[in-house]
Design a protein around this ligand. Structure first.
Ligand SMILES: NC(=O)c1ccc[n+]([C@@H]2O[C@H](COP(=O)([O-])OP(=O)(O)OC[C@H]3O[C@@H](n4cnc5c(N)ncnc54)[C@H](OP(=O)(O)O)[C@@H]3O)[C@@H](O)[C@H]2O)c1
Length: 261
């Protein structure tokens, strides 16, 4: 397949890891649609994508709302005239334990993290299966699918579900040329992690390297990841050089998780 004009949807692509992936795929010439809840952030992101590729578009959609998820998929098809590659990424689930998380926290996280992934990838899989071009579906999850950290309980539960959906989909799309994979990140310098570093700087008077070092505890590389490093992995996964890679989860965390996979 000619990857230079691929039609790609990156959900949650206005900032952070999603944006880094959208940028990296745009550099290869992909036509990219991104989504997020904030039009102004989407506009900024799209402007940067357009400096790399001939086509980029942002759609305001809240992944925790089913109607928005359906609208996002339909509108993406209208804009791109098809879909070769779906990158499923989203926002953060609330921190908390079984004691502190409310039913509302669970319900919202279920909709935003798990059901949006199910609905989008089901629609994409149908479409890709019906075409003879194949395609790629990549889910972003977390190393928490391997290591059950207490405070990320709800995120880990939903992400474990996504890993199962991915495995199921890889099997059920057998013979269609569609590959389905999962990327499980450790700590990256985006979103909530960046805010945590900045909080440590303000509240504990640490400089940035020390605050980052605190977050990167027990990371053999001694630092957290840069979003571009994760984007490079995703570009490889959806590229032709990874054509035998399917139905798997790749951890990218600088070596910090203790599980041998
Ligand atoms: N960064 C890490 O270290 C790390 C590690 C493991 C897993 N992850 C997971 O990777 C994903 C991305 O993380 P990140 O650090 O890149 O986050 P981020 O910098 O906060 O970016 C999140 C992106 O998703 C969008 N978004 C958030 N909630 C949304 C919603 N309900 N509907 C639609 N779009 C939404 C945001 O735009 P708007 O806010 O404008 O909607 C933004 O574009 C998250 O699910 C996170 O849990 C991150």
């Amino acid at each position: 397949m000619d990857r230079s004009s691929r039609k790609v949807l990156v959900t949650g692509g206005s900032r952070g890891l999603g944006f880094a992936i959208a940028k990296r795929l745009s550099e290869d010439g992909a036509q990219v649609v991104i989504c997020g809840r904030d039009q102004s952030k989407l506009d900024l992101a799209v402007a940067e994508l357009l400096s790399r590729s001939a086509f980029a578009h942002g759609i305001v959609a809240d992944l925790s709302r089913r109607a928005d998820v359906d609208m996002l998929f339909d509108r993406t098809l209208e804009l791109l005239g098809g879909l070769d590659c779906l990158i499923v990424n989203s926002g953060h689930a609330p921190y908390g334990t079984i004691e502190t998380l409310s039913d509302r926290d669970w319900d919202q996280s279920y909709e935003m993290l798990l059901m949006s992934a199910v609905r989008l990838s089901r629609a994409a899989a149908r479409l890709m299966k019906a075409s003879d071009l194949g395609g790629d579906i990549v889910y972003l999850t977390t190393t928490g699918v391997h290591e059950a950290t207490d405070h990320r309980l709800v995120s880990n539960v939903m992400r474990a579900g996504i890993a199962i959906v991915a495995k199921h989909l890889a099997d059920s799309l057998s013979g269609s040329g569609v590959r389905v994979n999962v990327v499980a990140p450790g700590y990256f310098d985006t979103g909530r992690v960046r805010r945590r570093i900045e909080d440590l700087m303000v509240n504990e008077g640490l400089d940035r390297p020390s605050a980052t070092g605190r977050v990167a505890t027990a990371n053999p590389l001694g630092r957290i990841g840069a979003a571009d490093e994760l984007a490079e992995l995703v570009a490889f996964i959806v590229g032709d050089r990874a054509r035998y890679l399917n139905g798997t989860t790749i951890t990218i965390d600088g070596g910090s998780s203790r599980l041998v996979t």
